[in-house]
Write a protein that binds this ligand. Structure first.
Ligand code: SF4
Length: 220
């Protein structure tokens, strides 16, 4: 698709209308209460492969017990595992969270760095976590591509890519910067409720006229 023909404003307006009646993704809700990079980073680690409701309750328990890095670094792996249970891979995440906390204390003066390359060096932090932390913790433009953003960007015909990293690179070229931060929140919600993986709900979709439905074989 010729990127110059993509009507971004109309598409985002259509998505916004849908969003008005929907709960936001878990990390957006957590960031709304407190957009402290510490909370955004660790709740995003907890959220990986975990349902939103579990992410919210597990993160709340962790931040109640450890409202800052200093208090987090005093917890044991068992403490953190109990607090974030039943998040997926809670034992691995507990180990990563404490290793991150120790590195941030020792090397970054107890602060989460607002720099993607530095974030990517932390245990358990991939591009998705780094970019979401930049977006919601620091207000820095970055394109956070998870499975929903990757799938919908390809279905709509914006990009033709095989993996989230390639989608991120392709979107960086064609997507106007003012949409970089809203993109994740919009498409995560849309991907959970409307443009679902197996059988998207095209009959009630608000952006149908902008979508090429690439690879959609079955829909509702
Ligand atoms: S038309 Fe269907 S495939 Fe395209 S964005 Fe809407 S729900 Fe997804």
């Amino acid at each position: 698709m010729n990127p110059k023909k993509i009507k971004w404003e109309e598409i985002f307006t259509g998505l916004e209308i849908f969003m008005k009646n929907q709960a936001k993704p878990s990390i957006s809700l957590i960031a709304e209460i407190n957009n402290d990079p510490y909370r955004v980073l660790f709740s995003t680690i907890i959220s990986l492969r975990t349902r939103d409701e579990v992410t919210i309750t597990a993160s709340s328990r962790l931040f109640e017990a450890a409202p800052n890095l200093e208090s987090l670094a005093k917890l044991t792996e068992e403490n953190v595992a109990q607090l974030i249970y039943p998040a997926a891979f809670y034992r691995n995440k507990s180990a990563s969270i404490l290793k991150c906390a120790a590195i941030l204390q020792a090397e970054y003066n107890g602060k989460v760095p607002g720099d993607r390359e530095l974030l990517l060096k932390l245990p358990g932090v991939g591009r998705k976590t780094a970019n979401l932390t930049l977006n919601l913790g620091f207000g820095v433009n970055a394109i956070c591509v998870d499975t929903h953003v990757h799938r919908i960007s390809n279905r709509m015909g914006w990009v033709t890519t095989g993996a989230p990293e390639a989608t991120e690179a392709a979107l960086e070229i064609i997507l106007p910067e003012n949409y970089w931060i809203p993109l994740n929140e919009m498409l995560v919600s849309y991907g959970q409720k409307i443009c679902t993986p197996l059988s998207p709900r095209c009959s009630i979709c608000g952006v149908t006229k902008h979508c090429r439905r690439i690879g959609v074989e079955r829909s509702r």
